[in-house]
Design a protein around this ligand. Structure first.
Ligand code: NOJ
Length: 432
C-alpha cells in the first residue's frame, strides 16, 4: 500500500512513511488498525528493508546508502532473483548498483549505519500509528559478502525453488552473510518489541541466526514439499528441531502457484487440516479458505515474473460487482472460486470455508509439540497433547490410526465415529 511505481507489485517502495493515493491515506491505514483492534485483531504491515524503489528519494539524496560496484561494470557474477544479472547501470551517475530483485529495486547497504537508522524511523512511524508488527521482506538479503566475491556454480538442485536463471549459482556470497545478525540486531532495535515475522528464503535449518533477533520466520520446506508423507514429515521435523513455535507455517502466498494447483484439488481440505493443526503461527493466503485456484492473470501481464495468476483478489459475493472485492477497478480480475465465493460458502456448513473456520477455532485447544504417531504408509499422523491429527496423503484408501472420539473430519460435519479408513485426501482431528 506504500507509494510505488509498482514494478514488483508494490515491493518497490518509494516512500515508507506514506500510503499510495491509489489505495488511500495514512488516516485510512490508522482507521483500519483501530477497527481491527476494536475486534481484538492485531495488524502486521509489510516492511521491505532490503531494497527501495529506484524512485525513492533516498536513491538520489543518499547514494551511499546503496550498494555500488567498485568497477565500471558488474562487480561479480551474482544473479537477480527473477533472472538476469544483479547489477545494472544507473543512467544518471553511470555507476553500477546491486539489485537482488528487479533493476527497479536497488539494494540498500545495511553495513552503512545510516540505513538502519533511516529505516528504523520508518518502522516507528507505523508503530506510533498502532501497527502491531511487521512481515519483514527478504531478510536473507540484508547483508552480502563485503568483498563481493563471485558465487560458485550450483552443485545440485536449490534447497528452495526460485527462477531458473537464479538457480545456476550457489548463493553463498550474494545473501545470508555470516554476520547477518548485526543487521538483524539493528532491525530489532528499531522495531523495539513489535512482532517481527521474517521472510528468510533459506532452509529451515539455517534459520537460528535469524531467530536470535526475529520472533518467527517462515518455514518454506513445507510450502514446497511434494504431497508425500515422508517429505512433509521431514519439513515438520526440521521446524521442530529449530524450536517450538519459532517458525510461521505457510502453504501458499502471492509468489507461487495457488494451493490447489500445487497439492491437487482433492487434497485441499487435508492441506488445511495439516496447516492449521501445526504448533505456532500460521499464515493463510487470501482465497485459500474458499479454494481459489490459479487464474488467467491479465494481458499485458502486471508482473514480469509471471505471478499474476496467483494474485486474483478475494471473492466475497458472486452476486456483487467485482464479487464484492472493490467498488473501484481491480488491476487483476476477480475470478472467484470453483465452489463459490464467501457468501455461498458461509451458508454451507460442509464448505471449505467452514472447515477453515472450525480448524482456526480448534487450534486454540491444541497444545504441545508435534509427536509422530505410527500410521499406515501414506498416512501422516501427529499427536498434539490429547489430540490426534491424521490425514491420507497417498492415492489409495488406508487404515486410519485409532482414536477415541472424532472432533472434526475434513469432509463430513456432524456427529460421527472415528473412521476406520481414510480415503485419499481425507483426514480428521480426534481425541485420543
Ligand atoms: C518477497 C515478496 O514476497 C515478493 O513478492 C517480492 O517480489 C520479493 N520479496 C522482493 O521484494
Amino acid at each position: 500500500m506504500y507509494p510505488s511505481p509498482m514494478a514488483d507489485g508494490g515491493y518497490d517502495v518509494a516512500d515508507y512513511m506514506a500510503v499510495d493515493p491509489r489505495h488511500g491515506t495514512v488516516a485510512d491505514a490508522e482507521r483500519l488498525v483501530a477497527a481491527a483492534h476494536a475486534r481484538r485483531l492485531r495488524v502486521l504491515f509489510d516492511a521491505v528493508p532490503c531494497h527501495t524503489s529506484i524512485a525513492h528519494a533516498w536513491f538520489r539524496e543518499h547514494p551511499d546508502w546503496y550498494v555500488w560496484s567498485p568497477v565500471d561494470g558488474p562487480a561479480n557474477n551474482w544473479r537477480a532473483a527473477f533472472g538476469g544479472p544483479a547489477w545494472s547501470r544507473d543512467e544518471v551517475s553511470g555507476r553500477w548498483y546491486l539489485h537482488s530483485f528487479y533493476p527497479e529495486q536497488p539494494d540498500l547497504d545495511w553495513r552503512n549505519r545510516a540505513v538502519p537508522d533511516a529505516f528504523g524511523a520508518c518502522l516507528r512511524f507505523w508503530l506510533e500509528r498502532g501497527v502491531d508488527g511487521f512481515r519483514v521482506d527478504a531478510i536473507d538479503r540484508l547483508l552480502k559478502d563485503p568483498e563481493l566475491r563471485d558465487d560458485p556454480p550450483a552443485s545440485g538442485p536449490p534447497p528452495l525453488p526460485l527462477h531458473k536463471e537464479h538457480e545456476v549459482l550457489e548463493h553463498v556470497h550474494s545473501r545470508n552473510a555470516p554476520d547477518i545478525g548485526t543487521a538483524l540486531a539493528r532491525l530489532r532495535a528499531a522495531a523495539r518489541d513489535a512482532l517481527l515475522v521474517g521472510e528468510a528464503y533459506v532452509p529451515t535449518r539455517d534459520l537460528p541466526p535469524y531467530l536470535e533477533h526475529i520472533d518467527v520466520c517462515f518455514a518454506f520446506e513445507l510450502f514446497h514439499a511434494p504431497w508425500d508423507a515422508a517429505q512433509i514429515r521431514a519439513a515438520i521435523d526440521q521446524a521442530t528441531a529449530v524450536g517450538p513455535k519459532r517458525v510461521a507455517w505457510v502453504l501458499s502466498n502471492h509468489d507461487f502457484k495457488r494451493l490447489p494447483d500445487r497439492v491437487g484439488d482433492a487434497n485441499v481440505r487435508a492441506a488445511a487440516l495439516l496447516l492449521l493443526t501445526l504448533p505456532g503461527m500460521v499464515f493463510v493466503y487470501q482465497g485459500d479458505e474458499i479454494g481459489m485456484t490459479n487464474g488467467p492473470g491479465r494481458e499485458p501481464p502486471d508482473d514480469r515474473a509471471g505471478r499474476d495468476p496467483y494474485r486474483h483478489p478475494m471473492a466475497w459475493d458472486d452476486g456483487e460487482p467485482n464479487k464484492g472485492f472493490t467498488s473501484g477497478t481491480p488491476w487483476l480480475p476477480v475470478t472467484g472460486a470453483p465452489d463459490g465465493a464467501v457468501a455461498v460458502q458461509r451458508a454451507d456448513t460442509g464448505s471449505l470455508l467452514h472447515l477453515y473456520r472450525d480448524l482456526i477455532e480448534l487450534r486454540r485447544s491444541l497444545d504441545g509439540p508435534v509427536e509422530v504417531v505410527d500410521a499406515a504408509d501414506g498416512v501422516l499422523a501427529n499427536r498434539r497433547g490429547e489430540h490426534l491429527i491424521a490425514l491420507n496423503v497417498g492415492p489409495e484408501p488406508r487404515p486410519a490410526p485409532r482414536a477415541h472420539r472424532l472432533v472434526r473430519h475434513t469432509h463430513h460435519v456432524g456427529p460421527r465415529s472415528v473412521p476406520a479408513t481414510l480415503g485419499p485426501g481425507e483426514g480428521f482431528v480426534a481425541r485420543i
